[in-house]
Design a protein around this ligand. Sequence first.
Ligand code: ADP
Length: 603
Amino acid sequence: MKKSKLLVLGLIAALALTGCGSKTKEEPKTTPDTGVTSTGIPNGTYTGEGEGKGGKIKVELTLEDGEIKKIDVLENSETPGFADAMQTITDAMIATNSFDVDSVSGATLTSTGFKTAVENAFKQTGASKDQLVVKEAAGTSNKEEREAAYTSDVVIVGAGGAGLTAAIEAANNGASVILIEKMPMEGGNTLISGGEYAAPGNWLQKEEGIEDSKDQFYEDVLKGGDYENDPKLVRTLADHALESAEWLRDEVNVTFEDYMLFFGGHSVKRSLVPKDASGVELISKLTQKAKEVGVITHLNTTAKELVVENDKVVAVKADFDGKEITYNANNGVVLATGGFGSNLEMRIKYNPEMNEKILSTNSVGSTGDGITMAEKVGAELVDMGYIQTYPTCDPELGTLLYVGDVRMEGRSILVNKEGKRFVEELERRDVISKAVVEQTGGVSYMFWDDASMKASGVNVQHKKEYDYLIENGILVKADTIEEAAAFFDIDAKELKKTIEKYNEYAKNGKDEEFNKRGTLTAFTDAPYYIMKSKPAIHHTMGGIKINTDANVVDTDGNVIKGLFAAGEVTGDIHGTNRLGSDAIADITVFGRIAGRNAAKAAK
Ligand code: ADP
């Protein structure tokens, strides 16, 4: 640290009027030309750190004449949708010249981490928060005005992947569209997913010479769901999956990577990967497209109830900032509110095993609201007990770990504390999850080598997550297998034997123990990696019964007029178990159908 800065700080501490800030780990920083103002707060820029949902958040706070002028985020690993919460809080802090602003609902961890970082930066001044110039709160984002009622041809509830897709297609079919979303940003579970898309017969499969067909995909989806799925819905999904992927690519400008992933339970490698292997690419492009085609989006607006008149759903009642707003729909309402993985009560009601002990990968918005609203107007609910856990999640937070995608490249094995494999690594998620739960400590350890790391590139593509995992002792990188095993107290001798055996299988091209599909690659190159993980709730297969036109069906099998649904809010498409990367195909195919048909529905 420069001496001049120390001098300035000494002066600040001496002049601070009240409650000197507590010590922090941060190195105090001020700009060279600063001085202490009449408020007793020195002008300058200060850095501070906090802990968000994805790890460290580092900010730079600029103060001038006792006022917050600027807050820049220097470092963060928050998912972009959640990162928007930091902007919302920044706006509120600047508008009110105070650090005491509300957290953004649904992004509590990010909000807390960000606020802590800002307050830690402020502590560097040695001044007290009371010394900030008092300002009236004006123009903060929550002051948005709303009418008591709106009318459009189509009202869409939920701005995740399915809702945005439906909104675009409804607008493309001539409808005026209002999309309401309860969170402060678009995205839902789609945003925090890897965004992979199962597309049979796709352009990359052709380049790689992989034979695939709609029929083969149809069969895989049915088999993956233990044939509990509605075959007609699966047929629609299989028949339109590729054309809807092309629609995303060509009409919505989604960029796909030039490689595919092999998801568990599929018979061939067929899953497209959006840019950076992240749902962010999908949501940002869908949001942009929705704006371009004239969709009006109302954020922070929670749908509460469907209004039925003369046997037709004609409106949605919603809450905005404590005020009831009615959204009238001339033609139709589309429910696209996602699943109920974050609603503990509902989870336990339909599947008591999915209790509070099980972590969840889900967005906090996945509370089954659409299912509850639809049920109240007579909709049939199907498969509600089928709740999927994702096998390899953060053992502390439940977050889905994308570094673990090395598995879907066929380049890792799963072992237990005893150093032994216990399941086929490309099995269905439910099968792997069940097997993991039965192992010592209910966890698995994923093992791979340097060549696999390089081939998959997961440490580069998901660098922030990789750093977080290493820093938090969830992933270890070591020069020898023994060293890696010792880190997690895994039986190293057995692990070495397991790897030798696996390398032999790779040489012979056949996994004698678990018959692992795809190409087998031997582990020979140090350094070696081991990642600890456990299953967490990921997808709720059950939901509202729809037909192939995305009409909601009632308990007597009749269509409920004016009501459509698409995405995770619906049931019967995936049966007992959804295969990886089928959800994005599902929300796109059925989102488009719902949007189109709602636009065309009789007034
Ligand atoms: P899908 O994959 O089916 O599109 P997502 O989870 O991606 O599902 O998106 C569902 C969206 O619906 C989320 O953004 C969620 O916040 C939103 N949502 C859930 N309940 C409501 C509600 N009552 N009102 C408005 N939006 C809702």
